[in-house]
Structures are given as C-alpha cells and as structure tokens.
Design a protein around this ligand. Structure first.
Ligand SMILES: [Zn+2]
Length: 105
C-alpha cells in the first residue's frame, strides 16, 4: 500500500521525549506534550514522501541525519514556549517533572 506521509512528523515524535526530559520547567501532561509536537512541526519544513512498506526505514534515517539538529532545536524552542504558556485546561493538573537530586548539595 502506498501512502503520502510527512516524515518530519514521525521524527519529531521520535525525539520529543528526549528533549522534554531536559526541559526542567515543562509540564509533563499529555496536552502539553502534544502542543510541543504541533509547535515544533510548525517550525520545521514538511517533508512529504511516498512511502511503500519496507522503504520507510531508509527514508527516515536519511532525513533524520539531514534534519537532526533542526528537529532538536525546533522541539527545544517549542518546549520553551509551551512551558512559559501552558494551554492545558483549568482543572487538568500540571504534572511536575521529576526532581533530580543529582545537583543538590
Ligand atoms: Zn500541561
């Protein structure tokens, strides 16, 4: 089966958790996570490809190398914006990031 697909979307989902883990101020709720992904994708150029099964992996890896830095910085920017202005509903609870004790005295 053939499909037209924006691979940027897959790559952002693949990397979002890695970036979010480094953002100490970002709320951990699902809504904020989706907001980060949507915003990051708005910063990035879409990359549509026709995908056949089997061919996907090579394409993704190719694009990943090409756009890795752009993707990481788009997600970081998005996370900073979302953490400064979370849009989760009132009543939806803010979920605090895990506190790291490593840098405590
Ligand atoms: Zn939230």
């Amino acid at each position: 089966m053939m499909q037209v697909k924006n691979f940027m979307e897959d790559l952002v989902w693949e990397k979002v958790d890695e970036v979010i883990d480094c953002q100490k101020n970002l709320c951990r709720c699902e809504h904020c996570r989706y907001d980060v992904v949507a915003l990051a994708l708005n910063f990035l150029p879409p990359r549509y490809v026709v995908s056949h099964q089997g061919e996907m992996f090579t394409k993704v890896k190719e694009l990943e190398q090409q756009f890795n830095i752009d993707i990481l910085s788009a997600i970081t920017n998005a996370a900073i914006i979302v953490s400064g202005k979370p849009r989760h509903e009132q009543g939806e609870k803010r979920i605090e990031p895990h506190q790291s004790t490593e840098d405590a005295y």
